[in-house]
Design a protein around this ligand. Structure first.
Ligand code: GLN
Length: 463
C-alpha cells in the first residue's frame, strides 16, 4: 500500500465511524494527504524513507500545537485557535513522514479520566455501548480501537495515556519524564506532563517512541541523553523469553476495592509472565497509598499557575467588552465562560493550596510525599527490574456514571499516579477481558527513569 492509500483508508474509516465515537475534534484531510503524497513521491524517486513509519498516518491529541490545524485542548477557551508554530513532537512527526490525520478529543486541558470533560462532547469507547474510553486521552485511544488510526499520540500527566489504553485494549506508554519534549505541548502540570506513543501493538508503539523522543533545547526539562533502544527491546522481547527478568507485583496496587475481573485478569497476566520465565516477587511500596492525595494537590497547584495565561488578553476567548468593563471584569467573565467545571475546580483547589498560610500544610506536604514515593520505587528497584500492577482499578464505566462525583473519578487514577510523581516510565497493554462485563483490562508495566526499554522487552514478550 502507498502512503496515500493508507491515509485515504483511514480518512474513510473516520468518515464512516467518527460520527458515532467522536474521537476527532478536527480532521485535516488535505494536509494528511499532502504529507502522504510527499512520502510516495520521495520513495518513487528512490529516496530512503524518512523513518520506518514514513507514510503511516497518526492521530494527534489536541494538546500539541499544530500550525495548520486548530489546537483547542477541548476547551471553549481555545475554540478555533490555530497556533503560529508546531510543537516539537508535531515537527518530529512531520519530519518522520507521518501524515497527521487530525486532532483527537480529550478532557479539557487534560484534566479528567473519561473524556467527558471535553467542551465538544464525550468520546465513546468502541468496546461497549455507552462506555467511556478513559481519559484524558480518550480520543486517541478510541481512534486506535475503532481503526480510525494505526498510531496515536497522547500525554500522560497522571495516567492519560495508560488508562485510556487499558479501557480500549490498546498499547500506551508514558516515557520517562524529560525524554519527550514539552515544547508546544499546552501545559497542564509541567512537572508531570509527558507526551508519549500509542498503538495497537508493542512494536508499533516502540517505533513511534523513537520518532518522538530525544533532547530538545527548547524544553528546559528535556534530558540530553541518547534515545533508549526501545525498538530493539521490543524485538528481543517478542522473540525471547523473560528468563532472568525480575518482576515485582506491587502489593499496594492490588486491593480488594478493585473490580474482581480486573484482579483476576491481572493475576492471570502475572502467571503468564512467570510462565515466560520471569521471576515474580511481591514488593511493598507503602507510600503509594498517598499518591492520590499528593497528586491532587500538586497537579491543581501547577494548573492554577499554568492556566493563568488564559487571561482574555493574549489569545483565545474574550467575552465581548461593551466598553464599560474593567480588564479584571473581562478576565473574570471570560474565564467563567471559557473554562468547564473540572478546570475551575482545580484552579480553585490549586490557588487555595498555594496561598500564604496553607502552602506548607498542603503543597509542601504533598512534595514530601512525592519524595517518599520516589524512595519506595528506588527501594523496589533494588530487587526487581520492572513493577507490574493493573492499569486501572475498573474497566470502562458507563457514560455519566461518575460525572457528578469528582472523587470517584479521581480514584480511577490510583494505579497510574506513582509513576508520574516519580518521573519514571510505564506502559499499559491489553491483559484480557474482565469476565463479568467483557471489557478490556490493562496490564501496567513500570520501570525506572531512563529504562524505558524494559517496558518494551517485557511488554512484547507478554503480547
Ligand atoms: N486523570 C488524571 C487527571 O485527571 C490524569 C490526567 C492526565 O494524565 N492528563 O488529572
Amino acid at each position: 500500500v502507498s502512503a496515500v492509500e493508507a491515509t485515504e483508508a483511514h480518512l474513510e474509516q473516520i468518515r464512516a465511524v467518527d460520527g458515532t465515537y467522536n474521537a476527532f475534534l478536527h480532521v485535516g484531510d488535505e494536509a494528511a494527504l499532502d504529507a502522504a503524497r510527499d512520502v510516495d513521491v520521495a520513495l518513487a524517486n528512490g529516496e530512503a524513507p524518512a523513518s520506518p513509519l514514513a507514510g503511516v498516518p497518526l492521530a494527534l491529541k489536541d494538546v500539541f500545537a499544530t500550525a495548520d490545524m486548530p489546537t483547542t485542548c477541548a476547551s471553549r477557551m481555545l475554540e478555533g485557535w490555530v497556533p503560529p508554530y508546531d510543537a516539537t513532537v508535531t515537527a518530529r512527526l512531520r519530519a518522520a513522514g507521518i501524515p497527521i490525520l487530525g486532532k483527537t478529543n480529550m478532557d479539557e486541558f487534560a484534566m479528567g479520566s473519561s473524556t467527558e470533560n471535553s467542551a465538544y462532547g464525550p468520546t465513546l469507547n468502541p468496546w461497549g455501548e455507552n462506555r467511556i474510553p478513559g481519559g484524558s486521552g480518550g480520543g486517541s485511544a478510541a481512534a486506535l480501537a475503532a481503526f480510525e488510526a494505526p498510531l496515536a499520540i497522547g500525554t500522560d500527566t497522571g495516567g492519560s495515556i495508560r488508562q485510556p489504553a487499558a479501557m480500549t485494549a490498546t498499547v500506551g506508554v508514558k516515557p520517562t519524564y524529560g525524554t519527550v519534549s514539552r515544547f508546544g505541548l499546552v501545559a497542564c502540570a509541567s512537572s508531570l506532563d509527558q507526551g508519549g506513543p500509542c498503538g495497537r501493538t508493542v512494536l508499533d508503539t516502540a517505533m513511534l517512541h523513537e520518532v518522538i523522543a530525544g533532547h530538545d533545547p527548547r524544553d528546559s526539562t528535556s534530558i540530553d541523553t541518547p534515545v533508549r533502544p526501545v525498538v530493539r527491546a521490543a524485538r528481543e522481547g517478542a522473540a525471547g523469553s523473560l528468563k532472568g527478568v525480575r518482576v515485582g507485583v506491587v502489593k499496594e496496587l492490588h486491593s480488594g476495592s478493585y473490580q474482581d475481573g480486573v484482579l483476576s485478569t491481572f493475576d492471570a497476566a502475572v502467571e503468564t509472565l512467570r510462565g515466560l520465565g520471569a521471576e515474580v516477587i511481591e514488593v511493598s511500596c507503602p507510600h503509594f497509598t498517598y499518591a492520590l492525595a499528593a497528586y491532587y494537590l500538586i497537579l491543581p497547584s501547577e494548573v492554577s499557575s499554568n492556566l493563568a495565561r488564559f487571561d482574555a488578553m493574549r489569545y483565545g476567548l474574550r467575552v465581548d467588552n461593551d466598553g464599560t468593563k474593567s480588564a479584571e471584569q473581562i478576565m473574570a467573565e471570560t474565564r467563567a465562560a471559557g473554562f468547564g467545571a473540572e478546570v475551575k475546580r482545580r484552579v480553585m483547589i490549586g490557588t487555595y493550596a498555594l496561598s500564604a498560610g496553607y502552602y506548607d500544610a498542603y503543597y509542601g506536604q504533598a512534595l514530601k510525599v512525592r519524595t517518599l514515593i520516589a524512595q519506595d520505587f528506588a527501594k523496589a528497584y533494588e530487587t526487581v527490574d520492572v513493577l507490574v500492577a493493573p492499569t486501572s482499578p475498573f474497566t470502562a464505566w458507563k457514560l455519566g456514571e461518575k460525572v457528578d462525583d469528582p472523587v470517584a473519578m479521581y480514584l480511577s487514577d490510583l494505579c497510574t499516579l506513582p509513576t508520574n510523581l516519580a518521573g519514571h516510565c510505564a506502559m499499559s497493554l491489553p491483559a484480557g477481558l474482565a469476565p463479568e462485563d467483557g471489557l478490556p483490562v490493562g496490564l501496567q508495566i513500570m520501570a525506572p527513569a531512563l529504562a524505558d526499554e524494559r517496558l518494551y522487552r517485557v511488554g512484547a514478550a507478554y503480547e
